[in-house]
Design a protein around this ligand. Structure first.
Ligand code: NCD
Length: 342
């Protein structure tokens, strides 16, 4: 696990390892002094070439809470603005020997390209185009895990409805992969232009490996029915260059997640939203601020998840130097003890 580029390709065991790792760090965030020496002497570069508030801030806080040296580069201060290629930017950064490069990019596949090119740096995907946003799916799962702590099956055997602009959503894709690994049923809900029936075609999530557990619904009532978890997606107007919906008002009338709809079709459901929210468009304020909303918990968990991921990346690098299984185990134990200050 030297890089974290997506949820696709992870095993269920690896998924749980990331979640359990994150759980350890939730506790650090509850301490009065929220700092552990785990990544002292490590350098983390956050290269965010697309707007971000939550993800960027939480990666920064995560790195700092782990005592790493954290450098942030945004679109406006990066030389890509002056015409430098992504590869040249990355090579320049690599020459400064960072341990981890966290990348957000508008092009799907950009972090994968960097991971292939950079030899000694771990790459973490913080959202690439419409492709994946693995740490968001992990923090969503951690949040669901806490909400269903007492449920005998934990985060398995759930019905999860993902409502909204699935077409443009990397959050949706990472979540679909994650819930597929857990064997959960996923409902993709929205108008046909935003949730294409092709999603459940043989070349996509309709492939036999998904076992018919991923379904498309163009009527919100049917899509929400019996859901344990509802993940609401933002209408990504900045990526909608064509007219995907006739008017926003029509979208809202048909697909806004409201308390009325939830009470009727998914009364037990908890609600998540990756943010930023368009209140009154895809989610009503009553839901966003109501008892079933886990939105604030998600943000809180984002820091712990990213601490866990940064730790796992550096741990994987330290293990590369180990020559035996015993030595690997020892390195891991030592790192974990330093991590949480045991
Ligand atoms: C998401 C993203 O950027 O993909 N936001 C986030 O990371 N918190 C979802 C979105 O922008 O709608």
């Amino acid at each position: 696990m030297r890089h974290l580029l997506g949820i696709e390709g992870l095993t269920k065991k690896e998924l749980y390892a990331y979640l359990n790792n994150a759980k350890t760090f939730v506790e650090v965030g509850n301490r009065e002094l929220k700092k552990v020496p785990a990544l002292r002497g490590r350098t983390i570069i956050n290269l965010f070439l697309e707007p971000s508030t939550r993800t960027r801030t939480s990666f920064e806080i995560a790195g700092k809470r782990m005592s790493a040296d954290v450098v942030n580069i945004g679109a406006s201060d990066s030389s890509t603005k002056k015409g430098e290629t992504l590869l040249d930017t990355a090579r320049t950064l690599q020459a400064m020997s960072p341990d981890v490069l966290v990348v957000r990019h508008s092009q799907s596949g950009a972090p994968h390209f960097l991971a292939r090119m950079l030899k000694n740096t771990s790459v973490v995907n913080a959202g690439d185009g419409t492709h994946e946003h693995p740490t968001q799916a992990l923090l969503d799962l951690l949040t669901i895990m806490q909400a269903f702590e007492k449920r005998p099956d934990g985060i398995e055997k759930l019905r999860v409805a993902i409502v909204g602009d699935v077409h443009h959503s990397r959050v949706a894709r990472s979540n679909v992969w994650a819930h597929h690994l857990l064997g959960n049923e996923v409902h993709l809900v929205g108008p046909p232009a935003l949730v294409s029936p092709d999603f459940v075609g043989p070349k996509c999530f309709g492939a036999p490996q998904f076992g018919g557990k991923i379904k498309v619904f163009h009527q919100i009532e049917r899509g929400l029915e019996g859901a344990d978890v509802v993940i609401v997606l933002r209408m990504q107007l900045e990526r909608q260059h064509d007219h995907f919906v006739p008017t926003l008002q029509e979208y809202t009338d048909e697909f806004c997640v409201t308390e009325n709809r939830l009470m009727q079709y998914a009364p037990q459901a908890v609600v998540l939203h990756p943010g930023p929210m368009n209140r009154g468009t895809e989610i009503s304020s009553e839901v966003a601020d109501g008892d079933r909303s886990l939105v604030e918990r998600q943000v809180n968990n984002g820091v712990a998840v990213r601490m866990g991921v940064l730790f796992a990346m550096c741990n994987a690098q330290a293990q590369r130097g180990a020559t035996s299984v015993d030595e690997r185990e020892q390195t891991s134990i030592q790192m974990r003890q330093t991590a949480v200050g045991e």
